[in-house]
Design a protein around this ligand. Structure first.
Ligand code: SF4
Length: 140
């Protein structure tokens, strides 16, 4: 979700809404806060996209966890921005190399919103092309 807070002094012009607003991305998660930076990096990536789309600076956002039912603030400092850019660069590198890293299923998978359609589970040991062939054969 993205919240727009009216702020004529420091906000960015949003023509559809009229006036200036600060932009606040909020990511909702089912589980609980993690020690690792995964969720913060995901939120930071969303902030970088919003900055690019709206030509503004997004200084912070929030993570909301279903288990704690609380928002926690995430400041997009230079360290988190750099980490997010490094992860993005690594993903682009894999994409260029047509390489899909192996997935390790962990406890965190229990709270994943994609667990019922998790491709590593659905596909099992199949390659992507085998999975497509098998699915098409079933369709026919
Ligand atoms: S997509 Fe699959 S492997 Fe990835 S976190 Fe979700 S359940 Fe786990």
């Amino acid at each position: 979700m993205v919240e727009f807070h009216r702020d004529e002094k420091n906000g960015v012009e949003i023509p559809k809404l009229g006036g200036k607003y600060t932009v606040l991305p909020i990511e909702y998660k089912r589980g609980s806060p993690k020690e690792e930076d995964w969720d913060r990096a995901q939120l930071c990536a969303q902030a970088l996209c919003l900055e690019d789309m709206l030509c503004c600076e997004v200084k912070e956002g929030y993570l909301f966890y279903g288990e704690t039912r609380r928002r926690s603030a995430v400041v997009f400092d230079s360290e988190l921005r750099q980490k997010t850019e490094n992860m993005t660069e690594e993903m682009h590198k894999y994409y260029r190399q047509k390489y899909t890293p192996k997935v390790k299923r962990t406890k965190a998978c229990n709270a994943c919103s994609l667990r019922n359609i998790c491709l590593p589970v659905i596909c099992g040991a199949l390659t992507a092309s085998q999975y497509i062939e098998e699915t098409l054969r079933d369709e026919l």
